[in-house]
Design a protein around this ligand. Structure first.
Ligand SMILES: C[S@@+](CC[C@H](N)C(=O)[O-])C[C@H]1O[C@@H](n2cnc3c(N)ncnc32)[C@H](O)[C@@H]1O
Length: 289
């Protein structure tokens, strides 16, 4: 009997249910839709469409990976972030919807600086897939961006993503720890650094613990190591009138604020994510407008 797209979705949903995955229907539709290049609407409206044997095999292999907790978008190899299509690799964190909070908080600053001075020089520390920086560059046409990371593989993926989204001319990369490989000043410093306490890594969902790179997660014993390093050197690299925005863990706002305030910055904004959790802080140099 012919296998149909609707039959495949049902087969995968049952498998995912049995594996205890939290969103079996959504995962089944997303995998079948992406792998067979069928829109979600067509999947629903035309479930009787037949699937050739090779495609059935591809979908079943992907389903096995999902049952081993590999995230859907890692299996597909790319995902959408702030309207951009971003490739993922083993060296990159899968960008999270909550990180769009940081982009939304940074955008008014980027636009105002670009309107006033003709450009906005952005640095994204720990750029991963390039998500934050590339989203800002896509929105502010005159801005330029530098993405830094300690992972060469992440930087290669970020560069590929810049090309994939037509932003390669305005995006460059530097490999090193935080500001180590960086010279000069920037109008906007943005970062979503690793911020999970080392002892908590083992308690994360397998989708995160086993598939996001450890360097993207581990924030040291108290989860604050990256903020300490960034706060210590940010003053040297922030232009007059510039802004720093960092993503934080839901319970880290007070501690991160203390760190930056102790390094000569004043907090200019606090932002919550889609779930209502504390997620982003913005800072400017003390005593500057
Ligand atoms: C939480 S991920 C964020 C990735 C991306 N910015 C995003 O929001 O999706 C943190 C990133 O910081 C990088 N990283 C970790 N330690 C670093 C260091 N000492 N210097 C620079 N980057 C670092 C990791 O490789 C990873 O790409």
């Amino acid at each position: 009997m012919d296998i149909t797209v609707g039959g495949l979705v049902t087969e995968l949903k049952r498998q995912f249910d049995a594996a205890g995955l939290p969103q079996p229907q959504l995962d089944a539709r997303t995998l079948v839709g992406h792998l067979l290049d069928i829109s979600l609407t067509d999947l629903v409206l035309d479930p009787g469409r037949p699937v050739v044997a090779g495609d059935v095999e591809r979908v079943r292999l992907a389903a096995e990976r999902r049952c081993r907790h590999e995230p859907v978008h890692r299996i597909i190899g790319h995902r959408s972030f702030f309207g951009l299509d971003l490739a993922l690799s083993q060296g990159t964190l899968e960008p999270r919807p909550d990180t769009e909070t940081l982009v939304n908080a940074a955008l008014p600053h980027a636009r105002a600086i670009a309107d006033k001075s003709g450009t906005c020089r952005i640095i994204d520390l720990g750029t991963g897939s390039g998500a934050i920086c590339l989203a800002l560059l896509a929105e502010v046409e005159t801005a330029t961006g530098l993405g830094t990371d300690i992972s060469l593989q992440a930087l290669q993926t970020a560069k590929d993503n810049a090309g994939r989204n037509g932003l390669a001319e305005r995006f460059h990369t530097a490999c090193g720890s935080w500001f180590e490989a960086v010279e000069g000043e920037f109008d906007l410093i943005v970062s979503n650094p690793p911020y999970i306490r080392s002892a908590d890594i083992g308690k994360l969902d397998p989708e995160v613990r086993d598939f996001d790179p450890i360097a993207a997660l581990d924030g040291g014993a108290d989860g604050l190591e990256a903020y300490r390093a960034i706060a210590a050197d940010a003053g040297k690299h922030l232009s007059a009138g510039g802004h720093i925005l960092v993503e934080t863990g839901f319970d880290q706002h007070e501690a991160v604020m203390d760190l930056f305030q102790g390094s000569g910055f004043v907090c200019t904004g606090r932002f919550k994510d889609l779930g209502g959790n504390d997620r982003v802080l913005s800072f400017a140099k003390k005593g500057k407008p």
